[in-house]
Write a protein that binds this ligand. Structure first.
Ligand code: UTP
Length: 292
């Protein structure tokens, strides 16, 4: 049973500068919740009890967000704002957080290696701290279920337009007869040129990994930018052990990217229980006024 996850949140978020100069990109708000809230919610709904956040300097806001806030709770209670009080309390009770540090942002592979001591010898989930994925059941839950059957690392992939493949790690593989959305991975390539990409199945931010990955994360060399890539460690692991990849077909927002962030905001605003209807009618007016 997988009940522990790693969420790396130590990156610089350069695609979102200057906003990320003094604010973690994982704490940027989508309507009334920071991005990281949506991600932790998915983990909790998938049965995760403990989350190892890999943090860095300037990321304290994340720790405060998942902590109790006695002064705020006292204030809300005194004012009789019980609905808000409940929301605030639920956040600090959602999961048990553990924080480890990545002293230098040396890539996703390096960030995950920082969780080795806490994870020890058990399988674990990874969720990227800036990718919101909407699936019913949650994508992570689906991956955990597949792991129970196949007992091997399970990646998640998403069909992206061919012209975008060079921004991702990409897999090649064959779908299983008995489970058409699950691929047995043959190879993995990090950020391939369009004419060298083996498919347009991009690896996205949810993984189930086994502790063997740490050995390979310690073996890999940094890429040209000095970053240690998780894909490179998975490639080495795949030479010895099977890896599967699940093809996800729901909604996904890489909120570290400005346009995707705006799409996520529109999506969640239009289905928000308080403001959704009004927002949609404003949006219609706006489109008409702007002749769009
Ligand atoms: P990204 O590659 O999207 O994050 O990593 P980044 O490097 O912060 O973004 P850009 O490209 O400069 O805009 C995905 C997740 O992995 C974390 C990030 O915080 C993000 O949640 N990460 C990335 C780390 O924890 N450490 C790293 O060294 C790199």
């Amino acid at each position: 049973m997988i009940d522990i996850a790693v969420i790396p949140v130590a990156g610089f978020g350069t695609r979102f500068l200057p906003l990320t100069k003094s604010q973690p990109k994982e704490m940027i708000g989508i309507v009334d919740k920071p991005v990281i809230h949506y991600i932790v919610e998915e983990a909790a709904k998938s049965g995760i009890k403990t989350i190892v956040f890999v943090t860095g300097r300037h990321k304290r806001a994340i720790e405060d967000y998942f902590d109790a806030s006695p002064e705020l709770e006292y204030h809300l209670e005194k004012q009789g704002k019980y609905k808000l009080l409940k929301i605030v309390r639920e956040i600090s009770n959602m999961i048990e957080p553990i924080y480890v540090r990545q002293k230098e942002a040396k890539g996703l592979g390096h960030a995950i290696l920082m969780a080795k001591k806490v994870i020890g010898n058990r399988p674990f989930a990874v969720l990227l701290g800036d990718e919101i994925i909407e699936g019913n059941p949650p994508l992570l839950k689906t991956l955990i279920n597949k792991f129970e059957t196949y007992r091997a690392p399970i990646l998640s992939t998403y069909e992206v337009p061919w012209e975008k493949v060079s921004s991702y790690g990409v897999i090649s593989g064959k779908p299983l007869e008995e489970d058409k959305n699950l691929y047995l991975v043959e190879d993995l390539v990090e950020k391939p040129a369009i004419n060298e990409a083996p498919s347009n199945l991009a690896i996205i931010g949810r993984y189930i990994l086994t502790p063997e990955i740490f050995k390979y994360l310690e073996m890999i060399k940094p890429d040209k930018k000095g970053e240690y890539q998780l894909t490179d460690a998975l490639k080495l692991l795949n030479r010895k052990d099977s890896i599967y990849a699940y093809k996800f077909e729901g909604l996904r927002f890489d909120t570290g990217n400005k346009l995707e962030y705006l799409k996520a905001t529109l999506h969640f605003a239009s289905k928000h229980p308080e403001i959704g209807e009004e927002f949609k009618s404003y949006l219609r007016e706006f489109l008409e006024k702007e002749n769009l």
